[in-house]
Design a protein around this ligand. Sequence first.
Ligand code: FAD
Length: 484
Amino acid sequence: MTDVVVIGAGPADLIAALCAADLGARVALVARTEFGGMMANDGPVPVRTLSQAARLIREARELGRFGVAVSESVLDYRRLLARVREVVDDVRSHVAVRERIDALGVTIHERAGTARFADPHTIVTESGLRLEADKIIICTGGVSRRLPLPGFELTSTHSDAWNLTSVPPSMLVVGGGDTGLQVASIFNAFGTRIQVLEAGPRILPHADDDVAAEVAAAFRASGMVVQENFGAIESFEKTATGVRMHFTKDGRRGSVEATLAVVAVGWVADTAGLSLSAAGVELNQRGFVKVDEYLQTSAPDVFAAGDVIGHLMLVPEAMQDGLVAATNAVRGPIMPLGNRVSPTGSFTDPEYAQVGLTEANARRTQDVVTAVVRFDSTTRTIIDGHKVGFCKLIADRKTSKILGCHVVGERAVDIVQVAAIAIAGGMRVEDLARVPLSFPTYAGILVNAAADAARQFGLTVLWQTLEGATVIASQATGKTKEVA
Ligand SMILES: Cc1cc2nc3c(=O)[nH]c(=O)nc-3n(C[C@H](O)[C@H](O)[C@H](O)COP(=O)(O)OP(=O)(O)OC[C@H]3O[C@@H](n4cnc5c(N)ncnc54)[C@H](O)[C@@H]3O)c2cc1C
C-alpha cells in the first residue's frame, strides 16, 4: 500500500508529492492529463506568452518616437499559437520539480483520466487504475464558473483562445476580474474591439479603489468599452457572425453582440468527478473543499491544497499549500497555514498589482498614512515613455510599518514584489526610504513613496532624487527615530 496518493499534477500537487516523498513517504501522483496542471498548460504560462505578444505589438508602435523606423507590425495568430506551444513545452521540460520527484521515487500516473474516491483510502481512475493509501491529498484545482443560462454553451472561456484560428474582430468580456481583464487587454492589443461588461459597480472588486479606477480609465483610453453595473444576463443566442447577449437593467431589456463572448465570472473547485461523498469530504458554502488550518478535510485522512480549497488562487499559494498539506499528512497536524504575505497582480496594459491591505480595509481597523507617487514623476518611466500609473504605500501611523502597496503601470507586478519583501521583513517606511535602490529603475518609485510617507510621520527628507531619498529624524516634531 502507498503512504500518500496525490490527485492532480499542478503546482500544489507537485510540491505535495515532492514534500511527502522528501519526508520519507511512499508517494503516487495521479494526473488526469499531462504534467503541469493549469499553470503550465492553460493558465499563467500560455496566457503570459500571449500578453508578451501584446506587449511587443504595443512597443513596436513606440519605435517611431525613439527614431526607429519600421513598417507596421502584423500579427500572425497561428504563428503566435505555435510559439505558445513551444513555450509550454519548454517550461514543462524545465520543471526542476519533476526531476526531484523522479529522483525521490514518486510513482507518476500521467493521463490516468479522472480519479474518484471509492472510499476514504482508495481512488480509482478512468483508465482502470486502483490505488489505496493511508493518506490522500486532493489538488484538483478549479474550472471556470458556468452560468445556468439559456445559450450559455455559445460562450467562451480564456481556454478557447488556444483553438481560435484568427483574431476575432469583436469580443464581449463578461466579468471585470483578473482573468477577464487579461483576456480583454491582450485581444485589445491584437486589434479586437472589446466591451468589458461588469455586473458590479466597478471592475476589480478586490483591488484598492484607486487601482480599479485607474485601470478602468486606462482601458477606456486605449479604446475599450468598460461598462459597470451593466445589469443581469438573461440569455445568449447565436447570430450570423457570432453571439448576442440579452440582459435586463432596471426592468428594461437590452442586448449586445460580438464575434465572441468570453465569460470570466469566477472560478469553482474542480470536484465534479471526484465522488467526494464516498470519502466523507465536505464542501464549504462557496463550493470549495472545506479544510482546517492544517488543510485537513472533514475526512481525517484526506487533505486538500491549491485552487480546490478556494483561497488566493495563485501558483505560489498552491505550492505553499502543497507543502503544508503534505507535511501534515505525513507527520500529523504540525504545520498550520499561518499568515502569508501574498502579492497579486495581472499582466494587463497597464499592469496592476498589490500586496497587503487596501487603503479602505486598512482604514477600517487602524490609523494610517498613505503616500502616492505618480509614474509621470519618476525618471525611468519618463525615459521609457510609460507615464501612466502610480504607486501607493499605506503605513501604520503608530509603528510606521508598511501595511500595503498598490501599483498601476509598467512593471507593477515586479515593483510589488519588492514591497512584499519589505512587508515580510517588517520594514518601516523610513527604513525603505533609505535603501539606495538602483537608478533609474521602476522599483525606485517605492523609495519615493516611502519618503513621502516618512514626511507625513514628521521625518525630514533632507535630500531626494527622483528615485532615492535620504531621511533624517525631525527634531522639530520631537521624533526620536534613528534613521539617518
Ligand atoms: C487565465 C489564467 C491566468 C492565470 N495567471 C496566473 C498568474 O499569472 N500567476 C499565478 O500565480 N497564477 C495564475 N493563475 C492561477 C494558477 O494557474 C492556479 O492558481 C494554479 O494553477 C493552481 O494550482 P493547483 O495545483 O491548485 O491546480 P491546477 O494547476 O489547476 O492543477 C490541477 C490538476 O488536477 C487535474 N485534475 C482535476 N481533477 C482531477 C481528477 N478528478 N483526477 C485527476 N486529476 C484531476 C487537472 O487536470 C490539473 O492537471 C492563472 C489562472 C488562469 C485561469
